[in-house]
Design a protein around this ligand. Structure first.
Ligand code: GTP
Length: 367
């Protein structure tokens, strides 16, 4: 496709095409072609990643996110090699509605963590980012200090059509970050959709950022999300808002006590913070440390991770089966016919579905 902003410039495909305009420097074409065709040395990439090389980590995550079959094979190899070195971090999920101050909080929290000697990776789950151009982490400048911090790694959200696909990529990225030496992984998501469940199922601790004053319904916080939280941080507890934040703390505390005790035996806590003024940040980390010592001692931490692995095994199979089914050409044709039949009331949806599944079974087994 021609470059609309700079019509005189050619896209890489055009450069590689048959008719190359004279004004394009032949050396740069050769360089581009060399780069494009140069086989990636996966072993070297793995070695560098394991030594903590951040550009190699970025490259590896790009491979994970790629839909190219060769890249996917390389990504599998990298993940497999990194697995023995993963698992050594704490994984913290952070959610909250847009505007609650997630970016500001992560900037303050991440900076604090690096100051006490942690290596912090920030990933995001935001399936909407392909449409909204990265509504959470797309704009890295919102974490100005952290992005420049050599002990921090910020990766904008993987984009994708399905939440399942995005979640899988984020989960695999966690493994790579850990293998690269990051001991604290923060996973951010917007607290309005289904992505919290995905984040909850790949983290050790789930943090909900809340605002005082606005009712939970106004904030779009679902009961289920509140129930998943190990801690609720009431952000923007500063200035005129402080009194309201104190009252909200009491209300939320009461609400949290109504939920049954979690399997972790941890009673969720409410804290006040002002990410903007850097207040209450240290307390959040102390709370997390209390949680980790409790759950590591009572065995929940490890058990939960093992269960999460089993969950992700099934999720990945589900995702892959759906993909294979809908991407199959024979199925796609049959599906559009069955759809018409169902819409015209010639067939029930259940009969049509079982016929399609039987056809798929025939295709895949060859019987
Ligand atoms: N007063 C005050 N303002 C804050 C605080 N934290 C964040 N803000 C402001 O709230 C606004 C939104 O903050 P962000 O960090 O961008 O919020 P977000 O949740 O990442 O927003 P989305 O990217 O839309 O999801 C910004 O103007 C911040 O400066 C705080 O602790 N106190």
């Amino acid at each position: 496709m021609p470059n609309q902003k700079h019509p005189h410039k050619k896209s890489l495909n055009e450069v590689e095409g048959i008719s190359q305009p004279d004004f394009i420097n032949q050396d740069s074409i050769r360089n581009i072609q060399k780069f494009r065709r140069a086989p990636l040395d996966t072993d070297a990439l793995i070695q560098k990643l394991l030594q903590g090389d951040i550009p190699s980590l970025s490259k590896a995550i790009t491979l994970i996110e790629s839909t190219n079959t060769m890249h996917q094979q390389q990504a599998h190899q990298i993940i497999q090699s990194c697995l023995p070195y993963a698992n050594k971090s704490v994984r913290i999920g952070i959610t909250g509605v847009p505007g609650v101050g997630k970016s500001t909080f992560i900037e303050a929290f991440g900076t604090y963590l690096t100051a006490i000697g942690k290596k912090v990776a920030v990933l995001a789950i935001d399936p909407s980012s392909s449409i909204s151009r990265g509504s959470i982490l797309g704009d890295k400048t919102r974490m100005e200090d952290l992005v420049k911090n050599k002990n921090a790694f910020i990766r904008p959200s993987a984009s994708g059509k399905s939440l399942g696909g995005v979640s899988r990529k984020t989960r695999e990225s966690i493994i790579l970050c850990e293998a690269c030496g990051f001991d604290t992984v923060l996973i951010e998501t917007v607290g309005v959709g289904q992505s919290e469940t995905a984040v909850h199922s790949m983290t050790d601790f789930f943090l909900l950022l809340n605002l005082a004053g606005a009712g939970d319904e106004l904030q779009g916080i679902k009961r289920g999300i509140m129930e998943m939280a190990d801690a609720v941080i009431i952000n923007k507890a500063d200035g005129d808002n402080l009194e309201r934040a104190r009252n909200a703390k009491l209300d939320i505390n009461r609400a949290l006590h109504l939920f049954p005790l979690k399997d972790s035996k941890w009673q969720p806590k409410v804290l006040l913070a002002s990410a903007f003024y850097n207040q209450g940040i240290e307390e959040v980390w102390q709370l997390l440390e209390n949680y980790f010592s409790l759950t590591k001692e009572n065995g929940y931490f490890e058990n939960n991770r093992n269960n999460q692995n089993a969950y992700w095994l099934k999720e990945t199979i589900n995702e892959q089966l759906l993909l294979n089914f809908y991407q199959n050409n024979v199925i796609a044709d049959a599906l559009s016919q069955e759809e018409k039949a169902v819409q015209n009331n010639e067939k029930s949806p259940f009969v049509a579905a079982s016929e399609l599944l039987a056809l798929y079974a025939k295709i895949t087994t060859g019987i």
